[in-house]
Design a binder for this molecule. Structure first.
Ligand SMILES: Cc1cc2nc3c(=O)[nH]c(=O)nc-3n(C[C@H](O)[C@H](O)[C@H](O)COP(=O)(O)O)c2cc1C
Length: 159
């Protein structure tokens, strides 16, 4: 990946924590990537991955380990209209609440991770998680993770 490439952040959220994390990244990582787009997942389908971009799934968890309502269409589309996504490289930021939902902690983002990997897409780096029952501030921690993640991705591509 080059600095001039696009980072597209796909946001699955209900109460906007994930969106705030994505927006903080958009502002704070502008020195690392020229073009950062934040897109809510509402109404998206698998064709969002047709665009040549590095993808970042930033997704909360609802129900019992499900993706949020606004992510349901995209998640369903990966199952209902599957196709090979070998050209896609992505990272995952997954939000949850370990205190209240220990059995399904941060499974929203992980569900996307599992399905994208099934379709041949390549995850770069480890999955970042945020626990709403902790004192960790999501925007600050998310930006810190994303800067390190982007630096690694950029360095790897430069090799
Ligand atoms: C009704 C409800 C169900 C939830 N279910 C889960 C869950 O199964 N696992 C989990 O880790 N977090 C769960 N959470 C916690 C949210 O994922 C967490 O608060 C997250 O930060 C919300 O992100 P958002 O503001 O972007 O929607 C749930 C929250 C609510 C209100």
């Amino acid at each position: 990946m080059h600095k001039s490439m696009k980072l597209k952040i796909l946001v699955g959220t209900t109460t906007q924590t994930a969106e705030c994390v994505a927006q903080a990244i958009q502002m704070d990582c502008a020195d690392l990537v020229d073009d950062i787009e934040v897109v809510l997942m509402d109404g998206l389908g698998i064709d969002v991955f047709d665009e040549p971009a590095l993808f970042l799934i930033c997704c909360a968890t609802y129900g019992s380990g499900d993706v949020p309502d606004n992510a349901q269409a995209l998640y369903a589309s990966l199952h209902e209209a599957p196709r090979y996504l070998g050209h896609v490289r992505y990272g995952v930021m997954s939000l949850g609440d370990q205190g209240s939902y220990p059995m399904t902690f941060a499974m929203g983002g992980r569900r996307f991770d599992e399905k994208l990997a099934d379709l041949g897409a390549q995850r770069l780096g480890e999955v970042w998680t945020h626990d709403a029952s902790s004192d960790v501030q999501p925007e600050e921690s998310g930006v810190q993770w994303c800067r390190a993640w982007l630096a690694e991705v950029l360095a790897d591509t430069a090799k």
